[in-house]
Design a binder for this molecule. Structure first.
Ligand SMILES: [Zn+2]
Length: 301
């Protein structure tokens, strides 16, 4: 009998997984966030619907961040409304570092009940997605109305409308008490190759894409969230009849923020001294909040 202890199976928890299906011109990303998500959420004491919303947004930011090729590139997701219960949601991803927060109206949220729809949360809102490419490769921003049932659907609209790339996104979130698990799948059709942003003939009814979208769309929430099920096994489960599926290990995801005393000192140094004087409190200190971390920094000016 073999006494060698079994190596625990790689599940890709907290890590991006990339894959391509060359014969169908398809690329995909998958991610399952557990402890990193708890860490980000623990900076805030959000009510359940906001936790759920932010968890979904963090998965989406990770999936889109997984599409970035160069170190130092960043993707930022911002959902905004004027009159909704949620005023602002911001998430960003840079080199595997993930952060996010939500600004909301507690009284308005309380009126919405346990499972508010996206429209109930935001009213007439907008989603802005910005890709800041490292190495002077530019900045691309697209803004789409926050329509559909979920943030994931709004992101699909962004890719189709702003980038002309047919995209399917599925997200699943489960939170019970103190722990939250969230996971997602993103699949895209790139018949014209990865390069070039002029895809004027993007179609949702391309036979290659219709085929893959049916397979990818069959993924279930419980599969995405199952901690025992590794992400590569899940890709295999969905696409095992395809000629070839290539898997690539992506970045490890960690909670990250750029806030520090030094960072804010540098930012404040760019303000004229007159402005800084106005920012000081009675003790001569400038207080700066980091909304991502729910932390306040006292800067002696
Ligand atoms: Zn921070």
């Amino acid at each position: 009998m073999d006494q060698t202890p079994q190596k625990p199976e790689e599940t890709y928890a907290g890590q991006l997984l990339g894959f391509t299906i060359p014969s169908r011109n398809v690329r995909g990303r998958m991610v399952r966030l557990d402890s990193t998500l708890d860490e980000i959420l623990s900076a805030h004491a959000y009510p359940a619907p906001i936790t759920h919303l932010l968890a979904e947004a963090l998965v989406l930011a990770s999936l889109m961040g997984g599409l970035l090729k160069d170190d130092g590139s960043q993707v930022t997701m911002q959902a905004q409304t004027e009159a909704g219960a949620v005023k602002l949601l911001v998430c960003d991803f840079k080199g595997g570092e993930l952060r996010g927060y939500v600004d909301f109206d507690e009284a308005k949220l309380a009126e919405l009940g346990a499972n508010p729809s996206l429209f109930a949360l935001f009213g007439k809102g907008y989603l802005a997605i910005t890709f800041d490419m490292a190495g002077g490769k530019g900045r691309y921003q697209g803004i789409v109305p926050l329509e559909g049932d979920s943030l994931a659907q709004a992101c699909e609209n962004y890719f189709f409308q702003s980038e002309q790339v047919p995209t399917l996104i599925r997200c699943a979130v489960r939170s019970d008490g103190d722990t939250c698990v969230a996971a997602g799948l993103l699949v895209q059709h790139l018949p014209d190759g990865e390069e070039g942003r002029e895809r004027l003939h993007a179609r949702l009814d391309h036979p290659e894409w219709e085929h893959i979208a049916v397979l990818a769309g069959s993924i279930r929430h419980d599969e995405l969230l199952d901690p025992e099920l590794s992400l590569d096994a899940l890709v295999w489960r969905l696409f095992h009849e395809e000629e070839e599926v290539r898997i690539q290990r992506g970045e490890t995801i960690a909670r990250g923020c750029r806030c520090s005393i030094e960072h804010y000192e540098q930012v404040l140094a760019r303000f004229p001294s007159e402005d800084r004087r106005e920012m000081r409190n009675d003790e001569g200190i400038i207080l700066v909040d980091c909304a991502f971390c729910s932390k306040q920094f006292a800067i002696a000016d």
